[in-house]
Design a protein around this ligand. Sequence first.
Ligand code: SAH
Length: 346
Amino acid sequence: MKDILDFTRQDLGEWFENKGIRRFRADQVFKWLYLKLAGSFEEMTDLGKALRGELAEHFFLGTLELENMETSVDATKKFLHRLADGEYVESVLIPEKEHYTLCVSTQAGCAMNCKFCLTAKTGFKRNLTMGEIVGQVRDARRFIAQQGIEPLFLSNIVFMGMGEPLANYDNLLRSLGVIFDTDFGMKFSRRKVTVSTSGIAPKIIQLGLDTEVNLAVSLNATDNELRSSLMPVNRTWPIEALLAACKEFEMKPRNKITFEYILMSGVNDSDAHAHDLVRLLSPIRAKVNLIPFNEHPQAPFKRPSRDRINAFLTILLNRNMTAIVRKSKGDDISAACGQLKAARIE
Ligand code: SAH
């Protein structure tokens, strides 16, 4: 038995053809899976009983089990998914003014070992399958549909959950195929999906060649010594290599790369750091998301004062850099940036 969510439309078409079934059946199944959000093969009524039976014999439909759901005071929801082999991942559903954003995980645990991030503390377990990645999106839309009266629409995805998306490149790319498929898939707009990376330079360039998606880069420091001490990935691809890859990243003329910069008190939040950041990013079509550090007991860092954050932001803005301070949501349920660790309720 295989998870049907692990199949691209191409894969499934071929599977059908090998069975002597016409491949447009795959398109029909995809509509049921990703548009009508079917929960079982039984529901796929226009397929005919025999074909539905055939599917149920060879496939199961999704593997994620919702183990727990927590709701923040700001209405952000954190889902804890149990995977088939007993590992856990989280995804976070964030209500915005007119839509939902879903923060999706790509790996169980993470191998990047960034010193400020709680997910790093669990170590790396494994890559998520395509089915486990698109399953998070499908389950979120199913959850919203069950809410009843005029729910917001899930239109935005950020690959900023657990794991390093570009270290699970193939499954990420296959998942994006379904996410962007406008005929039979989930019909997300390319402008509303963002892949965030800690800085795997060669994969950044590859991503721009293979698909069209927004890029975010977790920069967090302006010199190699500090960045390497915070983010070991910087020893392989130092800031110069990372920014060179960003320059090469193919995108539409008006698009910008988002640079995430966690502000940590006394570490990377001085006026000089702000000036360095402007200097580094000025040759790149960039915007900056400042993320005040979300404190947790497993890292020594502190969030700067409100005044310090504003002073840092003001320097960027005065130098004509597009920049915002990102509001952290779901902090009270450990759903904010860098706080996902899939703690099971004991
Ligand atoms: N591995 C990818 C995807 C995860 S995104 C990446 O690094 O981009 C998670 C974001 O949260 C990253 O931008 C990271 O820098 C930020 N982050 C991690 N821990 C944090 C913390 N404690 N407070 C605020 N932001 C944090």
